[in-house]
Write a protein that binds this ligand. Structure first.
Ligand SMILES: [Zn+2]
Ligand SMILES: [Zn+2]
Length: 361
């Protein structure tokens, strides 16, 4: 049987999103039906609606969500009806060559629901990042539903499903930031601020926030940045060198996804420093850099897919840090909105007015 629910659908490239009635199947084997309680509005949703991810319209948007398990199919034992869960877009399969090598955070065959959610007329919807959670109910692979402590509350908890996890993981998992490191974070949106908060938590001695928007730099200080650099006012590489005794940082985190920012982060490292790329580039972007600089500076250039996270390990960890007052999830929430306000939330995001708008149901 299918459930009729309200959901936000992007019907055509560049067009405004609309609330529609969609059909969500009851869970089959290995699937979980989740009643969504909160879902953050992420840049990736906007990229889908602009056609920048792929052209498999119509998209069912939303992927940064928390809710309760409504029902599970056969062969599901990780969650039960009533469990409070955060949805993950990585559910390691356990059998691909990466999982078998003990690197499940690179899983090459992450699971999604088998059955399709559709429009009322039967048109198959493409769920954003295999989730689709701007919907009263959504269907996922059971492994995508990660049980966490319900004391966290859905508005804060849902954020760790995407942007916050990516930023935190970029610092801690990919960058390996530890006590005494110097860190620069380029781009102070949700991902960048999570990277900054994680660096402060990990004991970085200096956390330099870089952005073109002075309002965002103010917010970055609240997340633990020790210094700020407005890159619209001068060369951020020189500024970072000046702040680090002329050397540059141990770890530079690119949280924008643009070639010119990558090159700034590349040059802002100390010798043997690490560059972490967590900002998502578009398919047409290219990089050009002096090969001798890459070789001569040593260190590492590391992409960070979803913060190299293992949701079953890292979601409960982030919730514990939040509940004990050590990771400020609430600070990411600029506003809560209704399901029919996603288009307005996109506009505010594009103007840089919000860190996160969160749809609450
Ligand atoms: Zn996202
Ligand atoms: Zn796998």
């Amino acid at each position: 049987m299918a459930n009729e629910v309200r959901a936000v659908v992007a019907g055509a490239k560049g067009g405004p999103v609309a609330v529609e009635t969609i059909m969500v199947p009851d869970p089959g084997p290995g699937e979980a039906l989740v009643r969504v309680q909160a879902c953050g509005v992420c840049h990736t949703d906007l990229h889908y609606r602009e056609g920048a991810i792929n052209d498999e319209f119509p998209f069912l948007l939303g992927h940064e969500a928390a809710g309760t398990v409504e029902a599970v199919g056969d062969d599901v034992d990780n969650v039960s009806p009533g469990d409070f869960v955060v949805l993950a877009w990585r559910a390691p399969c356990g059998t691909c060559r990466s999982c078998l090598r003990g690197r499940p955070w690179y899983c090459f065959d992450s699971a999604n629901a088998t059955q399709k959610m559709t429009r009322a007329d039967g048109t198959v919807l493409s769920p954003a990042l295999g989730i689709g959670a701007f919907a009263e109910l959504t269907l996922v692979a059971a492994g995508q539903a990660v049980k966490v402590d319900p004391a966290a509350g859905p508005t804060a908890a849902g954020l760790i499903g995407c942007g916050v996890m990516a930023g935190f993981g970029a610092t801690v998992n990919t960058g390996g930031v530890t006590r005494g490191d110097t860190v620069a974070v380029f781009g102070c949106g949700g991902v960048g601020d999570a990277a900054i908060a994680a660096a402060a938590l990990a004991g970085a001695r200096q956390v330099i926030a870089v952005d073109v928007d002075s309002r965002k730099l103010e917010w970055a200080r609240e997340f633990g940045a020790t210094d700020t650099v407005n890159s619209s006012e001068g060369d951020p590489v020189e500024a970072i060198r000046a702040l680090t005794g002329g050397f540059g940082v141990d770890v530079a985190i690119e949280a924008v996804g643009r070639p010119e920012v990558f090159l700034q982060a590349f040059a802002a490292r100390d010798l043997a420093g690490t560059l972490v790329q967590v900002g998502v580039p578009s398919p047409t972007m290219t990089l050009e850099l002096p090969m001798i600089e890459f070789f001569g500076r040593g260190g590492a250039l590391k992409p960070s897919w979803y913060g190299d996270c293992l949701p079953t390990r890292d979601f409960p960890l982030l919730i514990d840090l939040y509940l004990s007052g050590r990771f400020p999830l609430d600070r990411f929430v600029t506003e809560t909105v209704a399901l029919d306000q996603v288009e307005e939330a996109f506009a505010k995001m594009q103007k840089g007015e919000v860190l996160r708008s969160v749809v609450v149901f």
